[in-house]
Design a protein around this ligand. Structure first.
Ligand code: PLP
Length: 529
């Protein structure tokens, strides 16, 4: 393909995408295919010689769209939304077109600097603390990560390293106040650290030592498993599965604390639960080092209150990371700012603009209260990455796992400039209103009840006086019917159905339609309800 045909085919692809969205109502949200369907459509071996672009283009409907789940269909009510806007698609075209990777300032200055300023815009628009701004004098900073899962894992590794650094520093100057507080476990770690002096003296993130056979070993200073062996982190039993994955891959014990119905009638970790867990684990010789709070849990959109739990983290020396993947975007609206009460206590904060924020996947902004400190934990010096401005300019490679990164900030820049925050607010308010409407409609005929009060775009409901298997049967029948798509969830053993308003095309008639489909299927499959 040369530039002349790229111009032609590029325009054709843009039309194809616009047509897809314009006519999406004619489809059903779930595809009618079975696993392995692609074997009939795609040969088992790659073509021996290049094919015509038009032949590929002709396959898009049968291979790609016919087998796709249509997340932007107005009757798609599953999971949480994933964002879509033409502005972000244009940004992705440009990012792909520039095809640079900005791991350091020098490797693409505009990529680094536009990310820094667009994240500072977001700090103001969301009402986040000033100390998160890249332009702020302090050590805070913002970066775009790929996903909330990545942010969680990075936060866990950062928190773990900060605690290791603290223990090693205390170990260096003596047993200090730690001994009285925590006792035996810490003393044992200090003894080990002291007997390994070369590691201790190094202020580098890695240290090279020679073993008995004179083989060189790279020993991580901040990610030293002999120190974090007894570490334990906390999250709610409602936290996203990515927290468990992040803790597992970081070699960290995770204790899920039982959430209770409280704030908004929804599930969150209480002050007593967190305090008791910390005390109990210290008594048992563990080292609590982190609490991961969720704002807008995936199951029921519950909230761990930062204004209540944040001060405990501060008193107890726990790193506080906040995962607001879905709900965080709602802070664009003044009426939803309550979600972020107490955010000043957070050591790091993350939400997905690619969920409710009209910025296409992937775009997951993350802020650190002390990014300078954290960059130290991810730093490996390589001469070929060094540049003359390193001490003054941000090198984003030190706040992520990968080296390379895409030009994601273009999406934020395009959306905020051309669409404006008012349009995002309209969408957020619209989904909340429609969810409230559905919440009202679903209890209209007396057979259903809310599992928790509707919150933001999510309504959780179940059949009254029913068993889990009744609700499961209903949910399966709804999805087999394929006119609407939603997914179930469980909280502490209670099965219920989740209805999330996702698509920008969903209107009040669609919500009435969803209710009618649910009532009709309930009539059909049950005698008793
Ligand atoms: C969706 C979700 C995630 C995962 O988001 P990714 O960006 O896909 O990793 C994490 N936490 C919560 C609360 C979520 O709702």
């Amino acid at each position: 393909m040369d530039s002349a045909s790229f111009r032609v085919e590029g325009k054709r692809m843009v039309d194809f995408v616009a047509d897809y969205w314009d006519t999406i109502r004619e489809r059903r949200p779930l595809p009618d295919i079975k696993p392995g369907y692609i074997q009939e459509l795609v040969p088992s071996k790659a073509p021996a010689s290049p094919e015509d672009w038009s032949a590929i283009f002709d396959d898009l409907e049968s291979v790609v769209l016919n087998g796709a789940t249509h997340w932007h269909h107005p009757h798609f009510f599953a999971y949480f939304p994933t964002a879509l806007s033409y502005q972000s698609i244009l940004a992705d075209i440009l990012s792909g077109g520039i095809a640079g990777i900005g791991f350091t300032w020098k490797s693409c200055p505009s990529m680094t600097e536009l990310e820094m300023s667009s994240l500072d815009w977001l700090v103001d628009l969301l009402g986040l603390p000033e100390h998160f701004k890249n332009a702020h004098d302090g050590p805070g900073c913002g970066i775009i990560q790929s996903t909330a899962s990545d942010s969680t894992m990075i936060a866990i590794m950062a928190a773990r390293a900060a605690q290791v650094a603290r223990i090693k520093a205390e170990g260096d100057v003596g047993l200090g106040k730690w001994t009285a507080d925590i006792g035996k476990t810490i003393r044992e770690i200090f003894e080990r650290v002291k007997s390994n002096k070369p590691t201790l003296q190094s202020q580098k993130s890695i240290h090279i030592v020679e073993d008995d056979e004179n083989a060189e070993m790279i020993v991580p200073f901040y990610h030293d498993p002999t120190v974090f062996e007894k570490f334990v982190m906390y999250c709610s039993d409602q936290a996203h599965s990515s927290v468990e994955k992040g803790a597992m891959l970081s070699g960290i014990r995770l204790r899920k604390l039982k959430a209770q119905r409280d704030f908004l009638g929804n599930f969150g970790v209480s002050e007593m639960t967190l305090r008791n867990a910390i005390r109990q684990d210290r008594d048992r010789g563990y080292i609590p080092f982190m609490f991961l709070a969720t704002i807008g849990t995936t199951c029921s959109c519950g909230v761990d209150r930062l204004d209540v739990l944040g001060p405990i983290c501060e008193q107890e020396g726990l790193y506080l990371h906040v995962d607001a993947a879905y709900a965080g975007t709602f802070a664009f609206c003044p009426e939803f700012k309550y979600l972020l009460n107490g955010i000043e206590h957070a050591d790091s904060y993350n939400f997905n603009l690619h969920k409710a924020g009209m910025v296409n996947f992937d775009c997951s902004p993350m802020w650190f209260k002390n990014g300078t400190n954290i960059a130290k934990f991810f730093n490996v010096d390589a001469l070929y990455l060094a540049h003359e401005y390193q001490s003054t300019a941000a090198d984003y490679r030190h706040l992520q796992v990968a080296l390379g990164r895409r030009f994601r900030s273009l999406k934020i820049w395009f959306v905020l400039r051309n669409m404006g925050v008012a349009k995002i607010q309209d969408y957020l308010r619209g989904t909340e209103k429609l969810a409230a409407k559905f919440a009202e409609l679903i209890i209209e005929d007396g057979r259903f009840e809310h599992f928790v009060p509707q919150h933001l775009g999510l309504t959780c409901f179940k059949l009254k006086n029913s068993s889990n298997s009744d609700n499961e049967r209903l949910c399966n029948a709804i999805n087999e019917d394929r006119r609407i798509h939603l997914v179930p969830s469980t909280v502490q053993g209670n099965y219920f159905l989740r209805m999330v308003v996702c698509s920008q095309l969903t209107n009040e008639n669609d919500v009435i339609f969803a209710k009618n489909v649910i009532f009709e299927i309930t009539d059909r499959i049950f005698d008793v309800y």
